[in-house]
Ligand binder design. Sequence first.
Ligand code: HXC
Length: 258
Amino acid sequence: MAFETLNVDIQDHVCTIKLNRPEALNALNSVLVRELCEALEEADASDKVRCIILTGSEKAFAAGADIKEMSELTYVEVFASNLFASANDRIAAIRKPIIAAVAGYALGGGCELAMLCDFIIAADNAKFGQPEINLGVTAGIGGTQRLTRFVGKSKSMDMNLTGRFMTAEEAERSGLVSRVVPAKKLMEEATGAAQKIAEKSLLTAMAVKEAVNRSYELPLNEGLLFERRVFHSMFATEDQKEGMAAFLEKREAQFRDK
Ligand code: HXC
């Protein structure tokens, strides 16, 4: 499918979705949000895709929700349309792993979008922030909730109350991102990680994603029970037999997603 605000490329089972509104630093307008949900759902449903990378440009992953589009909206309009709720739910419902490859600005809705992905690889020029307070609003799709779980209350309050930006180095130190690499190496690193994931059993990768995400929703005992049930269920798959046989036979596993 062709998109107005995205470039989508599939190679070696990795689908790379690049946000492409350079004139507005990839601000998330309604067209982009709709197209992004469609592209992710298409990748999730495609047999050709085993891992997804979401990225932007070297200057901006995304500078937030589109302020021009939002500025005149009324409370009734944002409440009635449930602004951004369906995007949050649709992106959170994607079952295949999604890596955010972030260079430049990831602000407001841009930072929240990166946090909706499964993990974040950052370029050394990345800047993360929740500067909505400067616009007279709070964050709207995770900036006060997911960020707090990732970096703790003190840093989340600091980011949300002062609107300051976090460097890539601080973001890695705080647990918001998993790795930082030189900007020029960002896509190579993200693609390498995605290809590693794509070599695994997709069934297992999806189960890992479900189990880790549950850790944010459940008390520890319930989370551990969920994890154990998922672990036990893997023994019903051919990929478990293949993975363990391959180890014992000292060869590469050939997973078949069965
Ligand atoms: C619409 C935006 C935009 C945004 C940048 N632009 N961010 N347009 N919405 N969020 C546009 C600018 O208007 C400008 O267009 C062009 O992109 C380049 O931006 P500049 O400001 O000229 O670039 P620069 O000086 O390099 O500054 C970069 C920046 C700054 C620091 C990222 O653009 C900025 O502060 N942007 C807003 C960040 C923000 O507040 N984000 C939170 C949004 S609210 P023109 O046409 O003038 O050239 C939000 C709520 C989320 O995200 C709620 C749930 C999703």
